[in-house]
Ligand binder design. Structure first.
Ligand SMILES: Cc1ncc(COP(=O)(O)O)c(C=O)c1O
Length: 361
């Protein structure tokens, strides 16, 4: 079976599973904002159509200014790019051939990018019996062996947010050992009331923060993300970045969306309400969803160690979940499910109820 390496790829999934795609599907493998983009974004972009006849600003000056202000850093501490993914590849290029720690299980692009640049990779495994939480015993043994460490926070796919004092310990220990810590906060704004880590960037020269506008503002097709870090690191990343990486629409969308804090807050609240209701019902049906702080979660069916049959069953009912066959140590024992709007979540529950009824002992 050739599983697609990311979610949001229903055509490939149906083909691989030899299943016919129903007329209507809900794709729970997509973990962008279920409420969509902020009001007015589309018409704002339509008005910007003229811009396709000119090159975009190669320095994305207005966006850099805005982000520097938002993070209370100087402009030379920010680099915007073609999605957080571009930042990951620039970083892997910067550390090519060197030693990289990746806190696993996690987003597969860190490994892919580091492999592409010939890095030696040290997986730092989190354990299921500890709900994939981060502890010093996980990372301390590796700090003498690596030059840079990738940490996804909140983590994809587990949805875990780590304790602030543990993160501080990690950053401090890494600083002592001259290890750079890349903290990917692509999903930070789905978490209500959690202090996030821009301050560490200012205080610690060994931290690089990654952010994406893809998830919260539901703009995966536009491609916009950025890094915040120490000026000399940012300068080296920029050296490798192709000119005009950020297109005119991405820049306009960024300027339009950044600072929409009310929209972000409403989203986080809506998700937390849905999460509560979904988790209660899933547990009633005998499933095991893993505690999450964000807009997706891992789930197990205790009656089936492997999820392939369940994924196929759901697909035929127009419900797509994210397989976990390409996440280290998960290897298909879980599915990842995005939290969506009420009526979509109901459809998931009804398909899962049917699976429970037909396919459980
Ligand atoms: C943790 C994480 N970081 C980064 C990305 C990529 O973000 P972008 O769309 O900005 O490239 C993803 C996409 O799924 C992700 O899950």
């Amino acid at each position: 079976m050739n599983w697609p390496s990311h979610g949001a790829n229903p055509i490939k999934l149906y083909k691989e599973m030899s299943a016919e795609q129903p007329a209507s599907v809900v794709d729970f493998s997509v973990n962008t904002n279920p409420l969509g983009s902020p009001d007015g974004l589309r018409s704002h972009l339509e008005k910007s159509l003229e811009k396709i006849h000119n090159y975009p600003d190669p320095d994305s000056e207005r966006l850099h200014q805005r982000l520097a202000k938002q993070h209370e850093v100087t402009q030379n501490q920010v680099l915007v790019g073609n999605g957080a993914s571009e930042m990951i590849y620039l970083l892997a290029q910067l550390w090519q051939g060197q030693r990289v720690g990746i806190v696993q299980p996690t987003f597969s692009e860190y490994q892919k990018a580091c492999d592409a640049y010939g890095c030696k990779i040290y997986p730092i495994m989190l354990e299921e019996e500890h709900q994939f939480d981060l502890n010093p015993s996980n990372y301390r043994p590796f700090l003498d062996l690596i030059d840079v460490l990738f940490l996804c926070h909140p983590n994809n796919p587990t949805g875990a947010v780590y304790k602030p004092h543990i993160l501080q310990d990690l950053i401090r220990q890494c600083k002592e050992k001259e290890v750079v810590v890349v903290i990917d906060e692509a999903f930070y704004d789905f978490v209500a009331d959690v202090p996030f880590y821009s301050p560490h960037v200012i205080e610690n020269s060994n931290v690089i923060l990654l952010r994406s506008l893809t998830k919260m503002f539901a703009i995966p097709g536009l491609r916009l993300g950025y890094a915040v870090g120490e000026p000399s690191l940012i300068k080296r990343m920029k050296m490798y970045q192709p000119t005009w990486s950020v297109n005119s629409f991405a820049e306009e969308a960024g300027l339009y969306c950044l600072g929409k804090s009310r929209f972000q807050q409403q989203t986080a609240e809506a998700i937390s309400v849905e999460k509560r209701s979904l988790f209660t019902k899933l547990k009633e049906l005998g499933y095991r969803p893993i505690t999450t702080q964000t807009n997706y979660f891992l789930m197990k069916d205790p009656f089936h160690e492997d999820t392939k049959a369940m994924i196929g069953f759901l697909l035929r009912r127009g419900v797509i979940v994210r397989h976990t066959y390409n996440f280290l140590s998960l290897e298909g024992r879980f599915v990842r499910v995005a939290i969506k709007r009420r009526e979509e979540n109901e459809r998931l529950l009804s398909a899962l109820q049917r699976w429970r009824f037909l396919c459980s002992p």
